[in-house]
Design a binder for this molecule. Structure first.
Ligand code: GTP
Length: 355
C-alpha cells in the first residue's frame, strides 16, 4: 500500500522553531520526527511514500533523498500554494493507482499497528477508515461518533460540553479508497476533515473508525513537542533508544567528572559538559552543544550546536540550533528560543516567551 504524508503546513504554533525547520523535520531525541513515522511505515511493509509538500519543502529531500537509504521509495510533490488537507491528496493523484492508500498527517507521533488498521479497513469493506484516539476533553477537537459496528455515524466540530457524545477524535491517519479523489477538482483548496468526510457520510458511503488507545501525540505546540521528547526518553513512547541506565551518550562526548547527570537524558555526539553543570532529565542536549560550568538544565530541549555560558539556569525550555547564551542567563518553562539567537549575559527570559 502507498502512503501520502501531508507535510505542507507552516507549523505556526511551533514558531520560532519552525522558521528554521518545517514541523515534521524538528528533532525528537536527535532524529527528525518524520524519520519515526517512516520507520513505523517500514515496520508494516509500506515502502512507497509520497510527500505532499509546501513550506520549506527542500528540507525533506535534503535529508531523505530518494528514500533508498531508508529502504523506501520517496516521491516529493510541492504545492505552489497550500491546497488544504484534501486538495493536497488530489494533487498527488497521478502517483496513486486503483488500490487503497494511507494518508498521514505529518505531525502525529505514535506506534499505531498499521497492519491491524489495514486489515480492519479490508474486513469492513470501508471506503474511508479514520483512526480515532480518545481524549479527556474533546471540546477542542473534531469528534467522531461510532455505532456498535465501528461505523461512523456523526462528526461534530468542537462540540460544547453538553453536546459531547463521544471522546474519540481524529488521530490523523486515514485509509482511503481511490474513489474519494472523484469528489475533488484539481488545484482547489479542500479540507478533508471539514468538507470531504462529512460529504461522504451524507452520501452514506461506508466509513469506519478504528479506535486506537496506544501512545499518540500531536507535536504541534511547544508543550506537546517538548512532551514528545520527554515521552521518547521515558519510554512512554515505546522506541528502543539503546541507552545506558537511562542516558543515551553520543560519540566523542566530553563530560566533566564534576558534572551531575540525572536520567533520562539524550546527549548527542561531540557534546561538551563542563565542571559543576547539572543536567536533570528528561532532557535532550543535541549534538555539538556546549554546556558551561555550573549551568543547571532541567527538562529542557537544546537543538544542535547551542552553547551556554557559565551559571545559566534552563528550565523546561526549547532552544533552537546554534544559539549562544551568555553567562548567568535564565530561561523559564516553555520559553521558545529560535535558532541562531544570541542571548546576552544575565538576561532573564520569562516562561512561555518566544524569541
Ligand atoms: P499550524 O500552523 O501550527 O496549525 O500547523 P500546520 O498547518 O503545519 O499543521 P496542521 O495541524 O494544521 O495540519 C495537519 C497536517 O497537515 C500537518 O502535517 C501539515 O503539514 C499538513 N497540512 C496542513 N495544510 C496543508 C496543505 O495545505 N498542504 C499540505 N500538503 N499539507 C498540509
Amino acid at each position: 500500500m502507498k502512503a501520502v504524508v501531508l507535510v505542507g503546513g507552516e507549523g505556526t504554533r511551533l514558531r520560532p522553531l519552525t522558521y528554521d525547520l518545517p514541523k515534521p523535520m524538528v528533532p525528537i531525541c536527535g532524529k527528525p520526527f518524520m524519520q519515526y513515522q517512516l520507520e513505523l511505515m517500514k515496520d508494516h511493509g509500506i515502502d512507497e511514500v509520497i510527500f505532499s509538500l509546501g513550506y520549506k519543502s527542500s528540507a525533506f529531500e535534503e535529508y531523505f533523498g530518494d528514500g533508498a537509504g531508508f529502504g523506501m521509495k520517496i516521491h516529493y510533490i510541492v504545492e505552489d500554494s497550500p491546497l488544504g488537507t484534501a486538495g493536497a491528496i488530489k494533487n498527488v493523484e497521478h502517483l496513486l493507482d486503483d488500490s487503497s492508500f494511507l494518508v498521514f498527517n505529518g505531525d502525529i507521533l505514535s506506534r499505531m499497528n498499521l497492519t491491524e488498521i489495514m486489515n480492519f479497513h479490508k474486513e469492513k469493506k470501508s471506503a474511508c477508515t479514520i483512526v480515532l484516539t480518545p481524549v479527556d476533553d474533546p471540546t477542542m477537537y473534531g469528534v467522531v461518533e461510532l455505532d456498535s459496528n465501528s461505523g461512523i455515524v456523526n462528526f461534530t466540530e468542537k462540540p460544547k460540553k453538553e453536546e459531547v457524545r463521544s471522546n474519540l477524535i481524529n488521530a490523523g491517519l486515514y485509509i482511503l479508497e481511490p474513489g474519494i479523489l472523484k469528489r475533488m477538482e484539481p488545484a482547489r483548496k479542500y479540507s478533508i476533515e471539514r468538507e470531504i468526510f462529512p460529504a461522504m457520510l451524507a452520501d452514506k458511503e461506508p466509513m469506519f473508525g478504528y479506535s486506537y488507545s496506544g501512545y499518540w501525540m500531536d507535536i504541534g505546540t511547544p508543550f506537546k513537542y517538548l512532551s514528545s521528547n520527554h515521552d521518547t526518553l521515558t519510554g512512554k513512547m515505546p522506541v528502543d533508544l539503546n541507552h545506558r541506565e537511562g542516558i543515551v551518550y553520543g560519540k566523542n562526548t566530553d563530560i566533566s567528572t564534576n558534572a551531575v547527570l540525572t536520567a533520562p537524558l539524550w546527549i548527542g555526539d561531540n557534546v561538551i559538559i563542563k565542571s559543576g553543570a547539572k543536567i536533570e532529565g528528561p532532557a535532550v542536549i543535541d549534538r555539538g552543544c556546549i554546556i558551561g560550568e555550573k549551568t543547571k538544565i532541567s527538562g529542557a530541549l537544546l537543538w544542535e550546536k547551542t552553547k551556554t555560558g557559565n551559571g545559566c539556569i534552563l528550565d523546561s525550555c526549547l532552544i533552537g540550533r546554534d544559539c549562544n547564551l551568555g553567562d548567568n542567563v535564565k530561561i523559564g518553562k516553555l520559553a521558545v528560543i529560535g535558532s541562531c539567537n544570541i542571548i546576552e549575559k544575565d538576561r532573564i527570559i520569562e516562561a512561555e516567551t518566544c524569541i
